[in-house]
Design a protein around this ligand. Structure first.
Ligand code: SAH
Length: 482
């Protein structure tokens, strides 16, 4: 047995207000808040008050509303489509409400449900699309929370897309038979190429894509989004990444992306782990490229979820090349790269005024050869160096940089599992760095940051990389590396 929901005492409708007068009685904060809400419509706003707060007055003077600078009188309400009693005074609001009712005009009195004919919703505005959230006055905070959630889910360009849809409605109805074909058109319109073009801010391309769709009865075209999942904490996902995860048919993810992040995606999306963690390659890069191409050809909306930023040591170049060669549309959503997450955990300024103004992203794996890579010179000239996948080459990195002339006592910060609850922080000098290779207790991903800027970090909660005699804690890392 399904339980039928409780009855609504206030039924939501969308009321036409274009060009009509909406009168707000009051000049204080409550009146200003209502005025700002109503200003999202094309109604003619009229503010009645002989005492308007300065900020509100400036807003009105900007042309947002007409001001009747007079003591309230019932005649000022005549002809209005809606009235708001927002004087901040209970007796006065009651009078306004009674006057409006006598004139047959629906009225809302701020914070006095018993004087209200209607309630104002929390509003998600993607005009012409609107989502109104109401609680019959029971919980404005709840309404705002729901509003924020919905707002995050919807692309800012959805309004422009909805407006474009209106302009296609007639022709779609004329050209496409009712039923499947028309439904398919609209689904592709709102989720396919027209939506994507609008999201890029290309209204013309969106119109063209929609026109193409009208003539094309083929199955939907696939699309691959290379999404940066961030360093692991699910709330370091970007809003755009989250939106794509919610819309995906298939999520193809690396081993480094935690379950909590993948779980932010559509519940019934297919999930395909493709591994790639040191020592357990479950799929080769070529196989991953082929998989993405195949899914795209099948018309799937694919999210290729990569840890951190997809364009930093993520082999995105090869995947994009394969998609380009196969003629499959794709896009890239940036993410918070591990170096930034590690720096945040350490409160470490990656650039530091007067100390360092450049930064290197490296794996250190190119230090094995005879000739020194260019980035080593940058390190010596003071750049901050972030080493990805550097645990197994820590000794090489340290020895080669010291040989090349970087001081052995240059500060080093190491973070395991940056951004995650179980993160660990370590500090030391370049001379201590080789010890990292022997640490079997570090099983999570590790980020190493080298350079003078490291001295600006906060070493609280950080352990020394190497315990020396007389070195028990960190004494704020020897007074910030002397
Ligand atoms: N595209 C990713 C990097 C992939 S390479 C990004 O932009 O972050 C994988 C390496 O990233 C790991 O070996 C480790 O050095 C680093 N890494 C990824 N997540 C990390 C985390 N949460 N903490 C520390 N290092 C991390």
């Amino acid at each position: 047995m399904t339980q039928s929901p409780a009855k609504l005492n206030a039924f939501p409708v969308f009321m036409r207000v274009e060009g009509q007068a909406v009168v707000i009685v009051g000049g204080g904060d409550e009146a200003f808040a209502k005025a700002r809400l109503l200003a999202q419509s094309s109604a003619r706003l009229v503010v009645v008050s002989d005492e308007v707060a300065p900020e509100f007055a400036a807003w009105i003077a900007d042309g947002a509303a007409t001001h009747i600078d007079a003591v309230y009188q019932p005649s000022q309400l005549k002809g209005a489509a809606l009235v708001f009693a927002a004087t901040g005074d209970a007796g006065q609001d009651r009078t306004v409400s009674e006057d409006a009712r006598r004139l047959g005009i629906p009225v809302n009195a701020v914070d006095r449900p018993e004087l209200c004919d209607f309630f104002t919703p929390a509003l998600v505005n993607r005009a012409p699309l609107a989502i109104a959230i109401g609680t019959e006055g029971a919980g404005p905070v709840l309404a705002q929370m729901v509003r924020a959630k919905i707002d995050r889910m919807l692309s800012p360009s959805l309004g422009s897309l909805a407006a474009l849809a209106s302009s296609f409605r007639e022709v779609a109805e004329a050209l496409l038979p009712k039923g499947n074909a028309r439904r398919r058109f609209w689904r592709e319109f709102f989720a396919g190429a027209p939506a994507r073009a609008m999201e890029r801010g290309e209204a013309l391309a969106a119109r063209r894509a929609a026109a193409d769709l009208l003539g094309d009865t083929d199955a939907a075209a696939g699309h691959v989004v290379l999404v940066g999942a961030g360093p692991g904490a699910e709330d370091l996902l970007t809003l755009r990444a989250h939106r794509h995860l919610m819309e995906a048919d298939v999520i193809v993810h690396d081993a480094l992306v935690p379950e909590a992040v993948i779980a932010m995606g559509r519940r019934d999306a297919e999930r395909l782990p493709v591994g790639k963690r040191k020592g357990c390659h479950s799929k080769s890069q070529a196989e991953i490229n082929d998989l993405l191409v195949r899914l795209g050809r099948e018309g799937k909306r694919v999210v290729r979820l990569k840890s951190g930023d997809p364009l930093v040591f993520g082999r995105a170049g090869e995947e994009m090349q394969a998609l380009r060669d196969a003629g499959i549309s794709y896009e890239v959503v940036p993410g918070v790269t591990a170096a930034f997450a590690a720096a945040a955990d350490f409160e470490l300024p990656l650039t530091l005024r007067g100390v360092t103004s450049s930064m290197v992203f490296t794996t250190g794996h190119d230090l094995k050869g005879k000739s020194l890579p260019d980035w080593a010179k940058l390190a010596i000239s003071g750049a901050t160096v972030a080493v990805y996948m550097g645990r197994s080459v820590a000794a090489d990195v340290a020895t080669r940089l010291i040989e090349a002339g970087l001081a052995a006592d240059t500060a080093v910060a190491v973070v395991e599992n940056a951004s995650l609850a179980g993160r660990r922080k370590f500090h030391g000098t370049l001379a201590d760095l080789p010890s990292l290779e022997e640490r079997t207790d570090l099983t999570g991903p590790v980020m190493t940051i080298i350079g003078d800027a490291v001295a600006g970090a906060n070493f609280e909660g950080s352990e020394p990389l190497v315990r020396r005699r007389g070195n028990i804690g960190n004494k704020k890392f020897e007074e910030r590396v002397a």
